[in-house]
Design a protein. Structure first.
Length: 119
């Protein structure tokens, strides 16, 4: 099992910045990739950014150039630095960890943290 605890959400003005953190515990040695998803009211959950155990990153087109995902392996923590925030970035942000179990991908989720971009 993998446990994920997010922090760092809040209210920020357009153009501002926030950094989200996700601390992993449990069977962290088995994690193949971690990432951030978000879900706005009335919309489906979508991938924002992901980072593999090898350090490869992937971003949604809507956040490229503004968001950066990184990790601190010593702290078992993944970060999402969000700059130039826009009102459309408002959503609940969820940390995700993926683990391969044979041919099956297991997903683990954090509890979510609210990000609100508003003046």
């Amino acid at each position: 099992q993998v446990q994920l605890v997010e922090s760092g959400g809040g209210l920020v003005q357009p153009g501002g910045s926030l950094r989200l953190s996700c601390a992993a515990s449990g069977s962290i040695f088995s994690i193949n990739a971690m990432g951030w998803y978000r879900q706005a009211p009335g919309k489906e959950r979508e991938l924002v950014a992901a980072i593999t155990s090898g350090g490869n990153t992937n971003y949604a087109d809507s956040v490229k150039g503004r968001f950066t995902i990184s990790r601190d392996s010593a702290k078992n923590t993944v970060y999402l630095q969000m700059n130039s925030l826009k009102p459309e970035d408002t959503a609940v942000y969820y940390c995700n960890a993926k683990r391969l179990a044979g041919a099956i991908i297991l997903n683990y989720w954090g509890q979510g943290t609210q990000v609100t971009v508003s003046s």
